[in-house]
Design a protein around this ligand. Structure first.
Ligand code: PAF
Length: 272
């Protein structure tokens, strides 16, 4: 695996390698990333991974500081997965050039995480757009756990007529159905189990809505049960229609329940 740190080395490489699949990451790699990388490999045997903890997508300085970083461990995993190129850029190499494309923020960016993390999606779209302009990959591979991010990136790519094709991956979960996430590295075993219990309650609610043919979906009681379990902060629990991206009210819509809550200072999200 070739590790690139300098922009001139990147430009040199890009002029030689004409087609590859791209997996953007912020490091803290886990089994979910492994799935993304394996899918990227299937699409194109040349795979390109970036590790860059993008400060612009963190609305809280403390969250940025506490984000898990372990480049040594990450590099070892990427080597094992036979990734061809790893780019670990410097801040100024990403943010100091003028972009061709304008960031397109679809109105879905105002909902869910967009409501609770001001500036987050602008930061995500900015960095992803810059990577796409720098690398011009054939494919970009992203996970469905971050469904809102995935959707907004797709919309931005379409609007700007960027040629890169978006490949999405199902969410990988552990034996307790907790989705793999870099932030889980900040939770001990007991807290991970606690998180999976909260998600299990939400999962049960979806089954209940379908079975009882609920026509006015409402999560007030569910939220109370979650607080009773010991959770102190819920950002949101919402049913979203996956076709319209609006709130879903009726059991017969095609919806997922999206949730974001905190275990101590660790913010967890999922949708199913
Ligand atoms: O999901 C992430 O890891 C990040 O938001 C991404 C897509 C790498 C952009 O910084």
């Amino acid at each position: 695996m070739k590790i690139i740190r300098q922009k001139k080395d990147l430009n040199n490489l890009i002029s030689k390698v004409n087609s590859f699949s791209f997996v953007p990451t912020m490091g803290g790699l886990h089994k979910g990333h492994e799935i993304l990388i394996k899918k990227a490999k299937k699409k194109n045997k040349n795979t390109f991974v970036t590790i860059f903890v993008n400060p612009k997508q963190f609305n809280l300085k403390s969250d940025f500081n506490n984000y898990p970083r372990n480049l040594k461990r990450d590099t070892k995993l990427l080597r094992k997965l036979k990734v061809n190129y790893l780019y670990c850029p410097k801040y100024k190499d990403i943010f100091s050039f003028k972009t061709k494309n304008k960031i397109y923020m679809h109105s879905f960016s105002k909902k869910l995480c967009g409501k609770y993390r001001p500036g987050h999606f602008k930061g995500v779209l900015d960095v992803v757009n810059r990577f796409l302009e720098l690398l011009n990959p054939k494919y970009i591979v992203l996970g469905k756990k971050d469904f809102q991010q995935l959707t907004l990136i797709k919309k931005h790519i379409k609007k700007n007529k960027i040629k890169t094709k978006v490949i999405s991956c199902e969410t990988l979960r552990d034996s307790n159905k907790l989705p793999y996430s870099s932030r889980n590295l900040n939770l001990n075993k007991k807290k991970k189990l606690f998180a999976s219990k909260v998600f299990a309650l939400i999962r049960k609610e979806k089954i209940y809505i379908k079975r009882k043919k609920i026509k006015k979906i409402n999560f007030t009681k569910l939220k109370k049960r979650i607080f009773d379990l010991g959770i102190k902060k819920i950002d949101y629990i919402e049913a979203i229609n996956l076709n319209t991206l609006n709130k879903a009210y009726n059991y017969n819509e095609k919806f997922n329940i999206f949730s974001a809550f905190y275990i101590d200072k660790v913010r967890l999200i999922d949708n199913f």
